[in-house]
Write a protein that binds this ligand. Structure first.
Ligand code: UD1
Length: 447
């Protein structure tokens, strides 16, 4: 178990290079199972979810190593769906559900435990399973695992209308349908940029997917796919986190290697809060005011304000002048960071799926615990903006999705130290991935 010790109240200033998008990478990696051969993936983030996915792939017979400078080869020639991946790995990450679509698509069979990930609501996968059934697969559960099967006949293209615009269901059904016979039309799909990224990866493997990024995706099934080389798009949630951290510390941070358009919902709200936002090409600079102003927002599927950026944003608004209302429109239960934040002096009241935030002038450091990935990032930002020392424990949640988090923050001027408690082996594994890509960290520019 690791914790971060932060001496806060220091403005973050400088440039930070944003890594590849977690939620794209964890879909593209299982997508490689759709063709036999060696794929090369690049711009992969150095995060523990990728290491977990690699272990799962190795368990299925694929050959992979950890990414080096963001580049990784995956040889899927000997992959087989027969050994279901160990439950403890599948439960660590949400995106293990993509194994169902990818293995069903290529082999007509998958047996995978129910996915894990952050505890932020019920998170059912009924829409994924509805899609597999519509394609002709038999779907059942057995001893806590989902079994999807269509061994004796090829999946058949069909028309699917999603009841909710689910990111996971959209990608999973695409993965299953690319090798089906005939055309599949999926309506009311999610439109996140990483859906476009996964579709373009699939197309580079020989699939024929059109419409990704709109609310209807059409997939013309092909007989066979080939391995590919694919570069993952930048992570807009990592970028949003540093932008908000810069604003919450009265700093001046430039996010490098991003697609500014993907960050529009966040930069628009930062602008309303009085943060100066400049953008050009592949960078965005945020310059904080002395004190932000309250703003209200509701999280929604893309292009709305991203739910994953909401916990960090509540920290900024806790320091704003005035009252903000933050409504969660995607998940049922995403305010569990609020209780920890209150111990740092915030004044936040949660009513159902809305948080009413009365801004305060100062937060003060104390010991808090990360309960999930984005809640953990929010607490680190609170520590950076608070007076005195903050200790954030259970940092392994944050390591699932932020590469070199403490090192990148340190290079922006944060006083932050990682401490390993006890001698568990997971922490030494984290060390090896953390040291993976020093070139990615930052180039510091005093502003
Ligand atoms: C993905 C992201 C997560 C992000 C979320 C929303 C990954 C690995 N995770 O999660 O970081 O916060 O998108 O942008 O990419 N739903 C159903 N039935 C289903 C599927 C979803 O009712 O079969 C509901 C969910 O409970 C939720 C909403 O639909 O209320 C959106 O969920 P979804 O877009 O599927 O999120 P995830 O794929 O779990």
């Amino acid at each position: 178990m690791a914790e971060l010790i932060i001496n806060g109240d220091k403005p973050l200033c400088g440039e930070v290079t944003i890594g590849g998008r977690k939620n794209s990478a964890v879909a593209v990696i299982p997508a490689t199972l759709l063709a036999a051969g060696t794929n090369t993936l690049s711009n992969l983030p150095a995060i523990s979810d990728i290491s977990t996915y690699n272990e799962i792939l190795r368990h299925l017979g694929a050959v992979t190593q950890e990414p080096s400078n963001g580049v990784m080869r995956v040889d899927t020639s000997k992959a087989t769906p027969e050994k279901s991946p160990p439950m403890e790995m599948v439960k660590t990450i949400r995106a293990s559900y993509y194994l169902l679509g990818a293995l069903l698509g290529r082999f007509g069979y998958a047996r995978v435990g129910f996915p894990g990930g952050c505890n932020i609501g019920q998170r059912p996968i009924d829409q994924h399973l509805k899609g597999f059934k519509a394609l002709g697969a038999e779907v059942r559960t057995d001893h806590g695992e989902v079994v999807v099967e269509s061994r004796n006949s090829r999946l058949q293209g069909t028309h699917i209308y999603l009841d909710v615009a689910s990111v996971g269901a959209t990608i999973n059904i695409m993965l299953a349908a690319v090798l089906a016979e005939g055309t599949t039309v999926i309506e009311n799909v999610a439109r996140e940029p990483h859906i476009v990224d996964v579709a373009s990866c699939l197309n580079s493997m020989g699939a024929r997917v059109v419409g990704a990024g709109t609310d209807t995706i059409k997939i013309h099934g092909v007989r066979e796919m080939q391995p590919t080389n694919h570069a993952i798009i930048p992570d807009e949630i990592e970028a949003a986190t540093y932008a908000i951290a810069g604003a919450a510390t009265r700093g001046d941070v430039t996010l490098m290697n991003i697609v500014p358009k993907h960050l529009d919902a966040v930069t628009a709200k930062l602008g309303e809060a009085g943060v100066r936002v400049q953008e050009n090409g592949d960078w965005v600079r945020v310059v904080a005011p002395e004190r932000p102003q309250a703003v209200s927002l509701k999280t929604l599927p893309y292009p709305g304000f991203p739910t994953d950026a909401m916990p960090p944003m509540t920290v900024l608004l806790s320091l704003a002048s005035g009252t903000s209302m933050v409504s969660e429109g995607v998940f049922e239960n995403r305010f569990d960071h609020v209780e920890e934040l209150q111990r740092m002096g915030t004044n936040v009241r949660v009513e159902g799926r809305t948080a009413v935030i009365e801004g305060v002038e100062r937060l003060h450091g104390t010991s808090v615990r990360a309960t999930n990935l984005r809640a953990g990032a929010a607490l680190v930002i609170a520590g950076l903006g608070a007076e005195g020392e903050t200790v954030v424990s259970s940092i392994e949640h944050v390591d699932r999705g932020y590469e070199h988090f403490d090192e990148k923050l340190k290079a922006l001027g944060a006083d932050i130290t990682r401490v390993h408690n006890g001698d568990d082996e997971d922490d030494s594994a984290d060390d090896s991935t953390d040291g993976d890509d020093p070139g990615q960290v930052v180039s510091f520019r005093q502003s």
